[in-house]
Design a protein around this ligand. Structure first.
Ligand code: ADP
Ligand code: MG
Length: 351
């Protein structure tokens, strides 16, 4: 099979956020910002509070980042000593003691798996390792279909057994991958810490998983920009939100193209192949963990089923981009319809 040039797109931020028209001229406002690499993506926190000392803000940001680092150490499947790695190493053999953080994540992961009838499934790990989207530069080959078929029975969230502080994967060869939910949880943790430390106006972003607390400076002014999924440097449109979480899952973040077919990192657990239909799914929810898991879930379900599923969850809003790559079609839920502004413009113009 002819191999096309591999394209890896690690876009800096999946969602863009901008603030327009502040009370004072922008140069008089003091924003404290931190950007770092974590959980295989960019993490960015911005504090807009004007009345706190910089020491207090820096101390709060340190604590929030330390917590996110702890979540990464707990949940990463590539850190051999993480709790997730130990669960995977002990699959089919013995239960592993886990922290409350991981337990909380696994409970929610199992809930979303059940709710979506298996579209979201963190036991996708054995299939993901066949595709290996984390190491795209070294291989851009499609795994053998027989190998995929053989591993499909290992994808079964019902076989994650949780009791007290123990976790056990029932079948040997099983494994979990929290790439579709842990960033959201980490963002929620950072949010809680910043809030506890008295910070009142801020945002936390981990690779397109945002959580916002709105205060005097940002109220009514935050624009959440959705990227054009097929024009790398263009934005597609925006909506405004205040105190909520937003996440986007897209097929343009980690992918390669072989014979004009795009293979990306969001897999359909029923087939073991990349989910078809959506180009990007943006979800607004109360918590970042819900937004993270649900954007992945709806992406897997595809535009039609995914939109129905979103409508069955009254507390969330969704924008789905799909169809014609030249000019994406979209579906938007009732609560966002009037807020969504379609505006195509170059990314650089809003930075
Ligand atoms: P990103 O991690 O790039 O922000 P998502 O939140 O959509 O994007 O999560 C995609 C990640 O979730 C994949 O890289 C993989 O780790 C994991 N994943 C892929 N398919 C599924 C699935 N069907 N259910 C649960 N997790 C998945
Ligand atoms: Mg997600």
């Amino acid at each position: 099979m002819r191999k096309a040039r591999a394209i890896i797109l690690f876009s800096l931020f999946v969602l863009f956020i901008t603030i327009f028209g502040c009370f004072k001229p922008r140069q008089e406002l003091k924003f404290t910002e931190r950007t770092t690499m974590m959980m295989d993506t960019f993490v960015r926190m911005v504090v807009y509070d004007q009345d706190k000392s910089s020491e207090r803000i820096e101390e709060a940001l340190d604590a929030a980042l330390a917590r996110m680092a702890l979540i990464e150490q707990t949940c990463s499947r590539t850190i051999p000593t993480s709790e997730v790695s130990r669960i995977n190493q002990m699959a089919g053999k013995a239960p592993v003691r886990i922290s409350d953080h991981l337990k909380n994540i696994l409970i929610v992961a199992k809930k979303f798996s059940e709710l979506s009838q298996g579209a979201f499934d963190v036991t996708i790990y054995p299939i993901l390792t066949l595709w290996d989207f984390t190491n795209l530069s070294s291989r851009e080959t499609i795994p053998d279909s027989a190998a995929i078929l053989k591993r499909l029975p290992l994808v079964r969230s019902d076989d994650i057994l949780l009791q007290d502080s123990l976790a056990f994967l029932r079948q040997p060869g099983m494994g979990i991958d929290l790439g579709g939910i842990a960033k959201g949880y980490a963002v929620d943790q950072a949010y809680q810490i910043l809030k506890q430390k008295g910070i009142e106006d801020f945002m936390v972003d981990a690779g397109g998983n945002l959580r916002l607390l709105t205060g005097e400076v940002s109220r009514g002014k935050r624009r959440i920009w959705i990227k054009n999924p097929r024009q790398r440097d263009f934005l597609w449109g925006y909506f405004k939100v205040d105190d909520q979480s937003v996440a986007t899952s897209g097929d343009y973040e980690r992918f390669f193209i072989v014979d004009s077919v795009r293979y990306h990192h969001i897999l359909n657990p029923k087939t073991g192949y990349p989910a078809q239909g959506c180009m990007s799914v943006t979800v607004v929810a109360e918590s970042a963990m819900e937004a993270d898991a649900l954007s992945t879930t709806i992406f897997v379900l595809g535009p039609k089923k995914g939109f129905q599923f979103a409508k069955s969850l009254p507390e969330i809003e969704v924008v789905i981009l799909y169809g014609n790559p030249e000019k994406p079609e979209y579906l938007v839920s009732a609560g966002l319809k009037d807020k969504l502004v379609l505006e195509s413009k170059p990314l650089v113009s809003v930075q």
